[in-house]
Design a protein around this ligand. Structure first.
Ligand code: DQA
Length: 162
């Protein structure tokens, strides 16, 4: 994983904010469990989100998940994350990975470090999946490890930073 700039924020009383991670899921990921299980596995999005929230709880981090099939809704959620002072974003942009300059621009605009996650190995699939609009501006990309990719990304995101 490559390192990208991380901002160090603090409250007015000088205490650092609690680590807070927003997990974003793009289109069709609400269908996990029944959607092409041979590629995306049998777990539902709810099961994955519950596991991630439980891990966040154990680490004392705030973990919130959001899924949308709409590009604009994802962009608005990213913009709101800035106001809410989220410290990290984990995003599986799904089909928007290969099409959305606008969602990429939103992530760059809010300047919140993020990890790109894909359940499948996008590099070993159809050639139109090989290009991502997010990889070069992400802290790192995890793909092909199934839902475990989210757990690994979250483990990284909750690490205390100086
Ligand atoms: C995906 C890969 C994308 O190419 C695809 O459009 C998805 C899911 C993945 O998690 O493997 O919807 O992001």
């Amino acid at each position: 994983m490559t390192e990208r700039k991380r901002s160090q924020k603090s409250r007015p009383n000088g205490k650092p904010d609690a680590i807070s991670v927003l997990i974003l899921h793009g289109p069709n990921l609400n269908m996990l469990g029944t959607r092409e299980p041979e590629i995306y596995g049998h777990e539902t999005l709810e099961e994955i989100n519950k596991r991630l929230a439980a891990f966040g709880n154990r680490c004392g981090a705030i973990v919130e998940s959001f899924q949308s099939n709409h590009e604009g809704a994802l962009i608005e959620r990213v913009q709101a994350a800035k106001m809410q002072r989220f410290s990290f974003i984990i995003i599986n942009p799904a089909g928007f990975t290969h099409t959305s300059v606008a969602l990429r621009d939103a992530l760059v605009a809010v300047d919140i470090p993020f990890i790109e996650v894909h359940l499948s190995n996008i590099n070993s699939r159809e050639s139109f999946r090989h290009h991502s609009y997010f990889g070069d501006v992400a802290v790192g990309t995890i793909c092909g490890l199934g839902s475990q990719g989210y757990d690994l990304a979250l483990q990284y995101a909750v690490q205390p930073r100086t």
